[in-house]
Design a protein around this ligand. Sequence first.
Ligand SMILES: [Zn+2]
Length: 318
Amino acid sequence: MNTVIKGSDLTIGIDIGGTKISAGVVDSSGNLIDSSKCSTPAEGGKELISSVVNLVKELNKKHEIKGIGISIAALISSDYGTIVGAPNIANLSKLNFANEIKEEFKLPIIIENDANAAMWAEFKFGSAKGLNPVMFFIIGTGVGGGLVIDGKLFKGANGIGAEFGHMCVVPNGLLCGCGAKGCIEQYASGGALIRYANEALLANPDKSEEVLNFGEGKLSGTALTKAAKAGNELALAAFSKQADWLGLACASYSLIIDPQAIIIGGGVVDAGELFLTPVRAAMRKYMPFAESHVPPKIIAAKFGNDAGLIGAADLVRA
Ligand SMILES: [Zn+2]
């Protein structure tokens, strides 16, 4: 039961999202040695735990595993075991997720919010290495956040700290998945990007064919990235709107945290400088006391979809 994880030991990282569960065997340098995945069971709860157990068993047959780190799209209590809230995964809130899986494998286990796990991967092995303090925005359908201060993940009193996506920027604005209104997530996320593009298409129906052709008839983040890279003005305008809101958030958070750098991850990174340059410009535009301090660097994340599982696999070593 009291397994000690040594430097050369392998651990497993699991990333549980709303649609799929990815598992990977990771070494102490953050390299992914082997991987497997399955769909997230719609019923969640115990079924979800069984899916995780099966993935671990499959990888454990081929490798000697000394610990399990789980990254999940949910708020996690600061004791690393209980799910505080999981808006996109069913029937999880009453389970002590960590204990259920620990009973099966008798190995050290931790469970962490997916954005925090991804932040940790960037800090240990990626774009945030050596930076202090350093904060992280992960821009997908929503906006996740992570923060490392003095080499430690900042979690807050109850494990819900650094949820940067839920700062209110528009009083009584759009309803957010968290239950509040006007959160930055509703204006700076990938979901908002698609809404901006949709609004522009409704206002300019003659331009819709050109934009939709980039996504084989469907409007998506990938299609808009392709369109923006090809110089499509409507796509560029949608990215610039999203970037303006994110730049505003970066400026406001700078005065709370004074980070050395802000790492931007998630699907939006595929747009590269087309997105990051307007984020930097917006941050300068909205920055309080702009001339009197050094603004944080805005840097693209190193890891893509594997960030959560690589970070979680390392957190169980700590
Ligand atoms: Zn919110």
